[in-house]
Design a protein around this ligand. Structure first.
Ligand code: THU
Length: 156
């Protein structure tokens, strides 16, 4: 039997259309990108994770000469939050933005490995973690849940 899965997401015509809270989180993600260590790709990514209590934990991509040893901004942020605040593993929203080598903001959609990691924290907390992705000057996408970005995720 053929089955169809639909994904719902919101698209905004730029950061100005976001709520103040999401706009602020996106600005924090952009600031966090300055902490990227990306001498190989020269592509800086910033991620800002807002916890349920309002605390924001940021991350940026960290590369390594042994390429697979590096880590994306999204996992850097959520692993840092989980490690620093294990008693507060309650995540509300994650904003992500890329900054290219010309300093221009650009799209950063979470990679498959990051989706899997984010999905597990979302499943553990039992309610959705929103994902706010910068696309370009005139487009920001908001996913209401990580599950929308990774249906049929691996669970153990
Ligand atoms: N990267 C992220 O940090 N997040 C993403 O969503 C996609 C890719 C990083 C990994 C690598 O350091 C650089 O961007 C180029 O792939």
């Amino acid at each position: 039997m053929l089955k169809t899965l639909n994904i719902n997401y919101e698209e905004y015509n730029g950061v100005d259309e976001l709520t103040a809270a999401d706009r602020e989180l996106m600005e924090q993600a952009a600031k966090a990108a300055a902490g990227a260590y990306a001498p190989y790709s020269r592509f800086h990514v910033g991620a800002a994770l807002r916890l349920a209590d309002g605390t924001v934990v940021c991350g940026s991509n960290q590369e390594n000469a042994a390429y697979p040893s590096g880590l994306c901004a999204e996992r850097t942020a959520i692993f840092a939050a989980s490690a620093q605040y294990p008693e507060r593993r309650d995540y509300e929203s994650l904003a992500i933005v890329g900054i290219n080598e010309n300093g221009v903001r650009c799209e950063a959609s979470p990679c498959g490995a990051c989706r899997q990691v984010l999905a597990e924290y979302e499943q553990q907390q039992g309610h959705p973690l929103r994902v706010v992705c910068y696309v370009n000057e005139g487009c920001v996408r908001v996913f209401k849940s990580v599950a929308d970005l990774l249906p049929f995720s691996f669970q153990f």
